[in-house]
Ligand binder design. Sequence first.
Ligand code: ZN
Ligand code: ZN
Length: 102
Amino acid sequence: MLELRPSCEHCNTPLPPESPEARICSYECTFCATCVDTLLRNVCPNCGGGFVPRPVRPAKNWKDGNSLEKDPASTAVRHRPVDLEAHARFAAALQSIPAEKR
Ligand SMILES: [Zn+2]
Ligand SMILES: [Zn+2]
């Protein structure tokens, strides 16, 4: 199940489960839209993949108990600021390749 992490891994901006600003890579590395767009250039610093908007898990039980009530968001903060100089070198070769071709 998708781990809904509570904040941006780089800047620690809160990203509650309903946030439209949350972005994730396929490994669930979680960043805010501002960091993805302006600092990371859609290159995950941990895996090199691209990001997509994180889906919002329903707050209420609309069907079969599948909601935040049963499956709450994670509270484990993962704040590991990115080394931006190292990332610039890493992303230089990747940012011009569409994520689906990396
Ligand atoms: Zn951020
Ligand atoms: Zn990643």
